[in-house]
Design a protein around this ligand. Structure first.
Ligand SMILES: CC(C)(COP(=O)(O)OP(=O)(O)OC[C@H]1O[C@@H](n2cnc3c(N)ncnc32)[C@H](O)[C@@H]1OP(=O)(O)O)[C@@H](O)C(=O)NCCC(=O)NCCS
Length: 121
């Protein structure tokens, strides 16, 4: 499970992270590992002043941990064919309301194919 900085170009002081990738080895899936890591990660991110966390992923998994679908932009909004897969978790009350406009992930994630959800509809 990896969290990297995620920025809204016009709101550089709102402290956001992107969760990607997220995975548990197949042999260990279904035994509470994902839940434990999700809860511990969110608690840690909150304790270090993170305002919001974003994820592009399974719409039935992340809502268990407070993520909700968001209309904030991904770095490649034209490739977003399954909007319910793009979710946000607000850790600082009111932070999401402040955010709008263009977003940028770290260079490794600024590749269109990572954001194309057309194969996951
Ligand atoms: C999704 C994943 C990270 C969950 O980890 P895990 O250790 O198997 O999950 P847990 O056993 O801790 O389950 C936590 C809860 O999530 C649920 N859950 C697990 N996988 C789920 C899935 N794919 N979709 C929806 N809910 C899921 C479990 O039923 C459990 O619910 P409960 O708390 O009500 O009992 C893991 O299955 C995985 O790596 N899958 C393959 C890669 C993947 O799909 N990653 C996410 C990409 S966005």
């Amino acid at each position: 499970m990896l969290f990297t900085p995620f920025n809204f170009v016009d709101h550089p002081y709102v402290n956001c992270y992107l969760l990607a990738p997220c995975g548990v080895l197949p042999a260990y899936q279904g035994h509470g590992v994902g839940k434990e890591i999700m809860e511990a990660s969110i608690e840690h991110l909150s304790s270090v002043g993170t305002d919001a966390v974003f994820v592009l992923g399974i719409p039935t998994f992340y809502p268990r941990y407070g993520f909700v679908p968001t209309d904030k932009q991904t770095p490649y909004p034209d490739l977003m064919s399954t909007p319910e897969a793009w979710m946000a978790l607000e850790l600082t009350e009111g932070s999401l309301q402040k955010l709008s406009g263009k977003t940028v992930a770290i260079p490794q994630f600024m590749q269109p194919h990572w954001w194309d959800t057309s194969q996951h509809g």
